[in-house]
Design a protein around this ligand. Structure first.
Ligand code: MG
Length: 252
């Protein structure tokens, strides 16, 4: 290599080093550039024990079913309030629903299958938490009881089996923590966005942001039909004396 070529290559290398050094120097690496200060999230005092978070709407906390009504033409919720701060389904009295309607929610609810369960399969402490009166999370005692998996405890009934069986023994209190995003519909009634649901059963993730196929159907396949964004919550009367307590909801 002659002298001229050596100088030429050195010049090119120096030019590249100079350009890269300049780029690095000009880049602003200050952490503040990626910090965001607005809007400030509102303060919420977390719940403690059976107390809900400070911004929750209490649907039942001890002895008052006034947030609920019968689905049979309205009127007081016909289920039995117990001395222990819970209430129990009276078989044959029909379902109950909230007076208030909800769209996207975080919902906490505790339930207990009866100590003495008479039936088996789908009659083993059956009830249901119906989001928007249409989308059922199954309530059932499946600690040892067997049934079809997309109808067992914490299933999205006939759509999704739970990821695991997190049941407590028969007769113990259990909890559901639900994050539900309501479906959206176009003006012509077609589906814009399906509902999604996440569920923790006794603190264990059992439904992980699943996409609902439509309203719960006992027979046949689900199919969405347009409805208002907000609908009541409903609890199912499946003729088994299941109890509930400590129910609260946060609108999202
Ligand atoms: Mg049910």
């Amino acid at each position: 290599m002659d002298k001229y070529n050596i100088i030429k290559k050195l010049s090119s290398a120096l030019a590249i080093i100079f350009i890269m050094a300049t780029l690095t120097f000009c880049q602003d690496w200050r952490p503040v550039l990626t910090e965001k200060w607005e809007p400030v999230p509102p303060k919420v005092t977390p719940g403690e024990g059976t107390l809900p978070p400070s911004d929750a709407i209490i649907l039942f906390h001890g002895n008052d079913l006034s947030s609920w009504e019968s689905t049979r033409g309205g009127g007081p919720a016909p289920w039995k309030i117990e001395d222990d701060g819970s209430f129990t389904i009276i078989p044959g009295s029909g379902d109950i629903q909230t007076k208030q309607s909800f769209g996207d929610v975080q919902l906490h609810i505790e339930w207990r299958a009866p100590f003495e369960v008479v039936g088996d399969g789908q009659d083993h402490g059956n009830s249901g938490v119906y989001l928007q009166k249409k989308y059922e999370i199954q309530v059932l005692d499946c600690y040892t009881n067997k049934t079809y998996v997309n109808g067992q405890t914490a299933s999205i009934y006939k759509q999704y089996a739970p990821l695991v069986n997190a049941c407590k023994p028969t007769g113990e209190w259990q909890s559901y923590d639900i994050i539900f995003m309501a479906p959206r519909f176009n003006e012509d009634g077609s589906l814009f966005a399906p509902a999604t649901l996440t569920l923790l059963h006794n603190g264990v993730l059992v439904q992980n942001h699943v996409t609902l196929q439509g309203p719960t159907e006992y027979i046949g396949l689900p199919e969405y039909k347009a409805h208002d964004l907000k609908q009541p919550l409903m609890l199912q009367n499946h003729a088994n004396p299941v109890s509930f307590r400590n129910i609260w909801v946060r609108e999202l």
